[in-house]
Design a protein around this ligand. Structure first.
Ligand code: SF4
Length: 83
């Protein structure tokens, strides 16, 4: 698991360096724009809804107290559960 994460990080860094060498500046998209560009992604739609609901503050999504919301279980940035 950890080795896979390190490999993925190395690949991401290689890709980032390649884009930098080619003079390509990566686009930074907010969750709403990501959802607009990926209309079939449920995950992106949930991120966008929570991001909008919390006034574009990801920290607030983590602290969301609305357990009655149907997206509560699926909201991003949840604290890690400890076993
Ligand atoms: S889970 Fe919380 S942050 Fe996400 S939409 Fe529901 S109330 Fe808003």
């Amino acid at each position: 698991m950890q080795e896979t994460s390190i490999n993925n990080l190395a690949k991401a860094n290689e890709k980032k360096q390649l884009m930098k060498d080619l003079g390509i500046t990566p686009e930074r998209l907010d969750p709403a724009e990501k959802a607009r560009r990926n209309p079939n992604s449920r995950r992106q739609a949930i991120y966008a809804k929570c991001w909008d609901c919390c006034c574009e503050q990801s920290k607030e999504i983590r602290l969301c107290p609305s357990v009655d919301c149907s997206l509560f279980r699926f909201r991003p940035y949840q604290p890690q559960k400890r076993e």
